[in-house]
Design a protein around this ligand. Sequence first.
Ligand code: ZN
Length: 319
Amino acid sequence: MKRYAVGIDLGGTKILSALVERQTGEVIASVKKKTKKEKGPLNIIQKMQAAVEELFEETSVKKEQISSIGIGAAGQIDRENGILIGAPNLDCYDLNIRDLIMSHFEIPVYLGNDVEIATIGEMKFGAARGCDDFVCVFVGTGVGSAIVKNGEIIRGATGTAGEIGHIIVDLNGRPCACGAHGCLEAYASRSAIEKRIEGALKKGRHSVILDYLEPGKAITSGMIRKSIERGDELVTACVDEASDYLSGGIASIINFVNPKLIVLGGGLIEAVDYFYQNTVKKAKAKSLPVPASKIEFKKAALGDFSGVVGAAFLEDRKL
Ligand SMILES: [Zn+2]
């Protein structure tokens, strides 16, 4: 086995790449680049190539020592052919990431999605280490999840199992980006909280979050945390509402899948402990007594690195 692999987390706003030691999961070096979807798909490919070259330069590791480059993209993917089928956040459609990167470096390349790589990272070296039966739920811009049974991620007939963000929590509810109404993501994501806060501010409600807002910039998880710490009523109410819905979704998963462990991660969970704690408490209270009696909750342990570490192990995956 070669000692190192490269993991790349290709998100809507940034590319994080890392050189990972395969025995220990240690991140030897990492490089971050911004993605600008206006510049087109080939620019994204070039940025990923540049990020990998920088890793080689920084560490003096040679490409002969690398077993593979694993890439997890925020979008719909064709694992078998290494194609990014659709990524609205990146404005990329039918992009053959695997072949483009492989022909450049002449190293095997594997493509997965962002939730998949973060789940593999947490399973191998993070909060789910030693557990082969768990569900990961990541809350950030959207809400994503993956179900792991016997140490394998359940894929489903079309490779899309685990879309917790699109379970329907309100039949006549808010519109979701997927085209349906009342999806969990429209209530429990950071973007959903952001919309609620902005709507209330427009109506003239006061909030200390105004101290942190900059025109044209999004509300971050950090701003939400600081506002809650200052006892802000509006932000606290919006976060409480999101955790009401998220805990309902998670309780449904506990009842339906009956996992041993739920790992909660993503920007909002990491930054806002109040949100994490409340969601756990409410999810336990809302699920059936028997599965609830055994369920364990953990926060994701690898933070920003869970994706890149997991991506470095995509080569071990069974398709
Ligand atoms: Zn949806």
